[in-house]
Structure formats: C-alpha cells, structure tokens
Design a protein around this ligand. Structure first.
Ligand code: SAM
Length: 194
C-alpha cells in the first residue's frame, strides 16, 4: 500500500485549502490594492478610535497595520491557524510601530474569547479555507458585541473564494443579517449585523 503524499506547498498556494505560509510574501504585493486596499477596508469597517477588533486569518498582515492605526485607543487581535503567519504579521506590525495588537493562534474550532468581546470581526480571503465554517460563524456571533459588525471580503483569483450567496447563506444561518454589500461578485465585502 502506498501512502498518499501530503499536498505540496505549491499545491497549498495555487490550489484549494489553507494557504501555505511559505508563499506569504505574495500576499504583501501592493498590486492587491486593485481589489481592495487597506484604506478602503478601514472605511468599510466603519471603525471608532476605541474599537476592539478581531482579524481572523490575518496571514502576514497586509491589511493589519492600517486597521491598527485607525483604532489608536482600541485593540486589534490578529488570529491565524498557522503560527508562522502570526510570526510574519508580528514582524510587520513591529516594523510599523503598531503596538495596540495581540496575537492568537486558532485551533480550527472554538475561540477562547468571552461573549460580546469585539466591535468588529473581519476576514479577507479566508472563509473559503476554514473547514469548520458553521462553527466559526456561530463563534463570531457569540464574540461580537450587539452593536458589532462582521465583515467578510472575498477576491477574484482565490481558489477557495465563496460567492456572495454562499457567504450570505452561511452568515444568516448563524443568525446574522446583511448590513451592506460593497463591490460585486468578483471582489466584494459583505458586512453583517447581529
Ligand atoms: C489566503 S490567506 C489570506 C491572508 C490575509 N487575510 C490576506 O488577505 O492577506 C488565508 C489565511 O487564512 C488562514 N486560515 C485558514 N484557515 C484558517 C482557520 N480555520 N482559522 C484561522 N485562520 C485560517 C491561513 O493560515 C492564511 O493565513
């Protein structure tokens, strides 16, 4: 009997599944701003300076410094399932002197944060990679404050990309209601309220 080889790093870059941390540098190419820039994201998140924000699947933190800068009296928690990604994100935040940041390694299941902790929870090109989508969304509902926003962005070219209908169905099943849609089917941000 032959063992099936594990998916190669290249497969995890170009194919479906968790994006390999070895290709994290490709997530920092500024050409990404064509689809969604950090500045645009900050506007879409409608942040107050003291907001407490959770970014799930932060990768190497392309969007994170601008978000942290927009909440000088608040806190940004960067979360990822790959500790290597968190290490890269931390290095990027330190280089940009952003200190209002915590780091959290996801286990692919429940989160260790109390109910009603966050004003914002956001994910960018992550939801399609998450194996336990329903559980994550239930957890987001639990951890989000009653006045909070869940923001899910998806981008063209991502092999795991979810359609607007798929994202909407998953979120509404967990109890969320659509608040705003930015963009269209190829590149979009969907904001949800509780
Ligand atoms: C395509 S990358 C996007 C990274 C970042 N959001 C960006 O846009 O640059 C997807 C990220 O989601 C993370 N991820 C995948 N499944 C996850 C899970 N179940 N929980 C937390 N993070 C996860 C991966 O490790 C990877 O860093």
């Amino acid at each position: 009997m032959t063992n099936q080889p594990a998916q190669s790093n290249f497969g995890r870059f170009a194919g479906k599944g968790v994006f390999s941390h070895q290709y994290a540098f490709t997530l920092l190419f500024p050409v990404r701003n064509i689809f969604l820039s950090p500045r645009q994201l900050v506007k879409r998140l409608e942040l107050k300076p003291d907001a407490v924000v959770l970014e799930v699947g932060c990768g190497p933190g392309y969007f994170s410094p601008k978000v942290a800068a927009a909440i000088p009296n608040g806190k940004l928690v960067l979360a990822d399932i790959q500790p290597e990604m968190l290490k890269k994100a931390r290095a990027r935040m330190e280089k940009k002197n952003q200190t209002n940041t915590d780091y959290y390694t996801c286990q692919g299941a429940g989160f260790d944060f109390p109910d009603n902790t966050f004003d914002r929870i956001f994910l960018i090109t992550v939801m399609g990679e998450v194996e336990e989508k329903e559980l994550y969304l239930k957890e987001f509902f639990r951890m989000l404050k009653p006045t909070g926003l869940l923001s899910v962005s998806e981008q063209a070219g991502d092999p795991d990309k979810l359609s607007i209908a798929q994202t909407t169905q998953l979120a509404t099943q967990a109890g969320f209601a659509v608040n705003k849609l930015y963009g269209g089917e190829r590149n979009y941000t969907l904001n949800f309220i509780k």
